[in-house]
Ligand binder design. Structure first.
Ligand code: 8YV
Length: 310
């Protein structure tokens, strides 16, 4: 958890640091029964086993919009509220998504490497692919997906989306299945949540449907993509290239993926500006303070049992 969160929590609560404990098991055995709130990073698993060791837990305040590492269903069964940090990061992640898309299509990092390696005098950088004339398909038209779509409008590309349902208030083409959308678009932009429902849905079939000019961009969770199938598709030229901010087993990135020069790989930095991480941290704190002052959570996830009452 970032220092600003720790500093804001310290005056309001008695803190027990599971993240820095030399023996987390012993700490849980010692203080587990007294823990009423959890502040967690989106990457730290809050599963049934951990919840079981915290019998008096009331709230899990998770840092990040994605909370696939928190077992919200198990929490719900226990009447535990789960909160996340939506909205405050949507524009930041959307900015990064567009940057990653442009970097991948126009090979911006590769051109930078070409210049730094002193190769320019010996020859121009090879011509690249283009965004012109492409249709971008967004997998998951939620808050971040919509922020990406708004930006894409300014780039003059056609926009399509796939999600659980058609959304009446957007002008973009809806595809009821992911496979159908993959066939119809040239860029697949993944912004859907991770978790069991979306695990591995971008598989070999979807990548084949995207086609040899296809570009995959993922700013959501690595779990949505069959990473082995992606490596195979990139190696075989079944798709053109990929820009990835997230991976199946972070911080591990398959060597085969890193060996491909036409990929652009980022170390999960979508929300990673000082400004936005501070806003996310503040929301983690606000949820805990609000809950323990009896005012309810600020940003509960849909699965939580919380209802503000009449
Ligand atoms: C992480 C994220 O929170 O919000 C999310 O879902 O993936 C990120 O913003 C960030 O990497 C800190 O763990």
């Amino acid at each position: 958890m970032q220092p600003s969160v720790m500093e804001a929590l310290a005056p309001a609560f008695t803190l027990h640091r599971l993240d820095t404990a030399s023996d987390p098991d012993a700490l849980l055995a010692q203080v587990g029964g007294r823990i009423r709130g959890l502040a967690v990073n989106a990457h730290a698993p809050v599963d049934r086993a951990l919840l079981g060791r915290l019998p008096n837990l009331e709230i899990v305040s998770s840092f990040g919009v994605g909370y696939d590492t928190v077992d919200a269903v198990a929490a719900h069964e226990r009447g535990i509220v789960v909160t996340n940090t939506p909205d405050v990061l949507s524009d930041e992640v959307a900015d990064l998504a567009l940057g990653l898309l442009l970097a991948t299509v126009r090979q911006i990092p590769q051109a930078d490497r070409h210049l730094r390696a002193g190769l320019w005098p010996a020859g121009s950088f090879p011509l690249t692919a283009t965004l012109r004339g492409r249709t971008v398909g967004i997998l998951g038209l939620g808050r971040i997906g919509r922020a990406i779509a708004r930006r894409l409008e300014g780039f003059g590309v056609a926009i399509a989306y796939h999600g659980r349902r058609r959304q009446a208030d957007v002008p973009y083409a809806y595809h009821p299945t992911l496979l159908e959308m993959a066939r119809a678009v040239h860029v697949l932009m993944i912004v859907a949540p991770g978790g069991p429902e979306t695990n591995g849905i971008v598989d070999a079939g979807v990548l084949a449907a995207l086609g040899p000019d296809g570009i995959l961009i993922n700013v959501a969770r690595g779990s949505l993509v069959d990473e082995a199938a992606l490596v195979a598709a990139l190696q075989a030229g079944t798709i053109h290239s990929a820009g990835l901010d997230v991976f199946a087993r972070e911080p591990h990135v398959p060597a085969a993926l890193a060996a491909l020069d036409h990929t652009v790989l980022l170390p999960h930095v979508g929300s990673g500006s000082v400004h936005t991480r501070a806003a996310m941290g503040q929301l983690v704190v606000d949820n805990l303070i609000s809950w323990f002052s009896g005012k309810g959570p600020v940003t509960p996830v849909p699965e939580t049992p919380w209802s503000p009452g009449p």
